[in-house]
Design a protein around this ligand. Structure first.
Ligand code: SF4
Length: 441
């Protein structure tokens, strides 16, 4: 097939967006497009956007501004904006950048073929941001980025309304995907030799609550655990308030469900957690961690945390530092709080000055780096099963990397191409974020 149409697609944000981009590419390939990394060679430019943080949104608007020149020199180039920022900003994008041709929300991704055809024929601006009543990706073409590990969206949207977050406004209420649709997709992946699946949702623990069929997230994991060919099952994100004992039992009993839990803490001050509307306090959170560790051997736990939420005093921040020392997460994704329009927290008094937020972030990163290094040091000399998923990014000859069941990145040398294989690697050296090992032949 000769592809005359070139697509330049830039994706911002979370895995859910990256997976949406896989569906976008799948549909556009069907329409005769191939992808290009060179924006100047493209006929169609698509920005799959994110609006979780103000900084990312500014970056996207700045990129849209830069694309104006490309559109001026070649008016046939089509520019589309999709993703969460498209849903949040809607017509505002046309106001700020009148040269944008079309805008569509995440729930309209399965209509992309139709949207692009309309744009090409009608040659007028188009916006499609309605939330669809049913969440289905059935039979939608997809071009996955990996042949080893596949992302599977099991639900979309969120009902939680954390006071800092705009996701419930951009992705709408929780919508679970039907069990049979998920099982059929995973069975197909197994037939196509995929080894790992990564279940995605804003709050996977409440999977099934909105379905007429009585099914919980734990039940879904059990069903997926029975699919031959799939070796590893991962999931994200879990909300602590919905993390059940049932789920702990399932992770313990289903041997394919990996020993890694990502459980966002966000803050360790109960006062701040209340204003964040997280619906748990720090004692509740610590108790879940204890239950997890008491019941599942060799589990790794990672988290998300935010500093500088409005009203966060020095004492609140010290609570977070203390909890980090006590819990000892394997890794933490650390963020500075930023105001988001529509989110309740943007109206709160006592906003923390940026310099202070940066200072707190620095202290937390330094502490976590120390903790991660300490945890990883203890793994030296041990042997782990590693799913090999990458060749070295640094182009070091014969260098591969993969992940342990606990989601630690392991780098090692092999003369054989081991991509997609499960191998045994003995750890000989470690740093805060990476383990270095020797392949056990
Ligand atoms: S749980 Fe809270 S932070 Fe996560 S998507 Fe929902 S509202 Fe946002």
């Amino acid at each position: 097939m000769i592809y005359k149409q070139k697509l330049y697609l830039k994706t911002f944000g979370c895995q859910m967006n990256v997976n949406d981009s896989e569906y976008i590419i799948g549909q556009l390939v069907k329409l005769g497009y191939s992808t290009t990394e060179d924006i100047f060679k493209s006929n169609l430019i698509l920005l799959n956007t994110c609006c979780v943080r103000a900084k990312v949104e500014q970056k996207i608007y700045s990129l849209i501004g830069k694309i104006k020149g490309i559109k001026e020199s070649n008016p046939d180039v089509i520019l589309g904006i999709c993703g969460c920022m498209a849903q949040k900003e809607k017509e505002n994008i046309f106001t700020r950048a009148p040269y944008v041709d079309f805008i569509f929300s995440p729930s309209q991704i399965n209509n992309l073929e139709e949207i692009v055809s309309i744009i090409k024929c009608a040659k007028k601006k188009y916006i499609s941001c309605e939330n669809t009543p049913e969440f289905s990706l059935d039979h939608l073409p997809i071009k996955r980025r990996s042949k080893i590990s596949a992302w599977i969206q099991i639900m979309r949207g969120c009902n939680n309304y954390c006071s800092y977050c705009v996701v419930p406004y951009t992705r709408g209420p929780e919508q679970s995907r039907g069990v049979s649709e998920i099982l059929s997709e995973v069975n197909n992946l197994a037939k196509n030799k995929y080894r790992e699946i990564f279940l995605l949702g804003q709050n996977v623990n409440s999977y099934g609550n909105d379905l007429s069929q009585s099914v919980t997230f734990s039940k879904l994991l059990e069903l997926l655990n029975d699919i031959n060919g799939i070796e590893r099952i991962r999931f994200t994100t879990s909300h602590p308030k919905d993390f059940s004992f049932d789920l702990i039992e399932t992770i313990k009993n289903c041997h394919k469900v990996c020993n890694h839990i990502h459980l966002p803490i966000q803050s360790a001050s109960s006062k701040i957690l209340k204003i964040m509307n997280r619906k748990y306090d720090i004692d509740y959170y610590k108790n879940i961690i204890k239950e997890i560790r008491d019941n599942i051997d060799n589990i790794s736990i990672t988290t998300d945390v935010m500093v500088g939420f409005p009203g966060e005093t020095e004492d609140d921040f010290l609570d977070t530092l203390r909890a980090f020392k006590e819990i000892e997460f394997d890794e933490a994704y650390t963020f500075i709080y930023s105001n988001r329009e529509n989110a309740v927290a943007s109206l709160l008094p006592d906003q923390v000055p940026l310099e202070l937020k940066k200072e707190r972030l620095g202290k937390l990163i330094d502490l976590q780096k120390e903790i991660s290094a300490k945890i990883n040091k203890k793994l030296e000399g041990k042997t782990f099963e590693v799913l090999v998923d990458k060749k070295s990014k640094k182009h070091i000859e014969n260098q591969f990397s993969g992940r342990t069941e606990t989601n630690k990145t392991v780098v090692f040398i092999s003369k054989q191409d081991l991509l997609g294989q499960l191998v045994e690697v003995k750890i000989i050296k470690s740093s805060s974020w990476t383990l270095y090992g020797e392949l056990i032949e």
